[in-house]
Write a protein that binds this ligand. Structure first.
Ligand SMILES: *Cc1c(COP(=O)(O)O)cnc(C)c1O
Length: 227
């Protein structure tokens, strides 16, 4: 099947409230344009340099999502245009995003990444670290970032029950953040709308993620083929 066919098939299978991020990392611009021409407007990349090059070359109605681990010293290269940064996992990084957003006269939307997998290697915060960030005065003084939700990656395994457990764990933390607790207060939410995004699910596990109430799936190889 073609990229356009893959895309449309996945799109038609998603519930209405689930947003599809087409993960186009490593793929050439013509491949992205095929998805664009089929109607896709949200693309996910994991390298800032590559994302910036694609942003420059492609139509300007695309929303670019940074889904990879972000190095502080590279934030400035995406601050003018990035729509959502998924993998934020430290106060230091938030400070830099806030600073660069301010320079560009923008408010940048971010997701905080929670560590839910068994693997040690995957980035992310635990629940205590999350609350520590949200209740810190440094965070509360930042005016140019908006935390719109959480992101997580499950363990790379065939064990469906384990993946389900990890996604459910993330959903629980997400609900706590939306519905109360110190974190919610710190976000100065006037409604649950401001914390609305739960980014979980990739090519191999997005159906399970949706069962666990994901609102945003990041799908690469099922659209563009293997990398
Ligand atoms: C690469 C990547 C994806 C997409 O992976 P696929 O298995 O190709 O769908 C999703 N999320 C993150 C964080 C990634 O790095």
């Amino acid at each position: 099947m073609s990229i356009a066919q893959n895309l449309l098939k996945i799109k038609s299978s998603l519930p209405e409230n689930v947003t599809l991020v087409a993960v186009s990392k490593t793929k050439p611009i013509p491949d992205l344009m095929e998805a664009y021409d089929a109607g896709q407007r949200i693309f996910g990349e994991n390298k800032i340099q590559e994302m910036a090059e694609k942003w420059e070359a492609m139509p300007k109605d695309i929303e670019w999502h940074m889904i990879g681990h972000v190095q502080t010293n590279k934030v400035k290269f995406m601050a003018p245009f990035v729509s959502l940064i998924h993998g934020v996992d430290s106060l230091k990084l938030l400070e830099e995003i806030n600073k660069q957003a301010q320079k560009n006269n923008r408010i940048i939307d971010c997701l905080l990444q929670i560590h839910i997998a068994e693997e040690e290697t995957k980035f992310g915060l635990d629940e205590d670290e999350l609350n520590e960030i949200l209740t810190s005065s440094t965070f509360q003084e930042m005016k140019n970032i908006r935390i719109v939700g959480l992101m997580g990656m499950a363990t790379f395994t065939n064990n469906q029950e384990q993946i389900r457990k990890e996604f459910t764990h993330l959903k629980t933390i997400f609900d706590k953040l939306r519905n109360g607790g110190s974190g919610r207060d710190a976000l100065q939410c006037v409604s649950t709308k401001c914390v609305s995004t739960l980014s979980m699910g990739m090519s191999g596990d997005y159906q399970l993620a949706i069962e666990c109430e994901s609102t945003m799936v990041r799908i690469g190889s099922r659209i563009f083929g293997g990398r």
